[in-house]
Design a binder for this molecule. Sequence first.
Ligand code: TXA
Ligand code: MG
Length: 316
Amino acid sequence: MITQDLFYVIDCLRKGDLVGLPTETVYGLAGNAFDPQVVSRIFEVKNRPHFDPLIVHTDRIEKVFGFVESMPPQAIILAENFWAGAITLVLPRKPIIPDLVTSGLETVAVRIPNHSLALRVLAGLDFPLAAPSANPFGYVSPTQAQHVEEQLGTKISCVLDGGNCEIGIESTIVGFENEQVIIYRQGGITVEQIEAIIGQVQVQAHSSSQPKAAGMLASHYAPKKPFMIGQIPFLLEKYGKQKIGVLSFEKDYGLEKQIILSKKGNLAEAAQRLFWAMRELDGMDIDLIISELAPEIGLGRAINDRLQRAGAEKKE
Ligand code: TXA
Ligand code: MG
């Protein structure tokens, strides 16, 4: 059920239910992060492997200190600059965070989302919310309440309708190892924005063998249809005999089944529309989706990361 009733949503969460929660990045599948039984249901509902830890959401930095041991100076600077916002900080956890949330790691991923409804829900609770993106594991993340309702509606109490997600791709995940700042997953806050504040950081190439974040698994964010990345004219030539849907960055290829992410070539607009576009194409009467990459700067890097992983061979 999709609802706009904030108090109902808060009530559900207090009772230990799971809800679809809007954020500025993507919709989350949220539940009490302090309750291992609730957290266990999040994994079940998403069909998510237990080696893949969850992000814990709260609304105020003072509350963060209730469940993390400490914040390195660079984490404090990033929090001051980008919270509430699309950045997740990986910090040493206190024992109050159940093992299940962190997959046994001694760190916990934390974020204050920048969405007025999410913040009001969080302010009404005396516990933080564990919330992975509200999609079945491996599929495209939801950016509208309807996306959550379609895929998980029967398994959760309700979805809070917060409209279209403004950013449209997940948060940037940042860790701190031996005084080094490491980006584990690119996302809504760009590497350039982070480097402008704290200087050069390391961007970790994702590895599917030893994932620190499942967002790092090669095959992720994937539509069900085969998904190819490359030069559109070349791919059209190569697969021309099949029914093709095209996902282009800004160019109009004059095709019937085509979605242009941003006619103005605007990266923020492209990011906002990316997952919606993948879902739309997935639902069309086509055999495969072909896509080109965005320019490899700013948000384009996070967009390309998602496209490349949607295009990666499924290994499971
Ligand atoms: O924008 C977002 O981050 C959204 C919204 C709902 O906040 N959430 C999201 O969650 O994308 P999810 O579960 O789809 O991705 C969270 C990522 C996972 O890939 C997980 O492995 C990583 O965060 N992660 C969680 N705890 C971690 C830790 N202690 N160390 C490293 N990575 C961690
Ligand atoms: Mg996800």
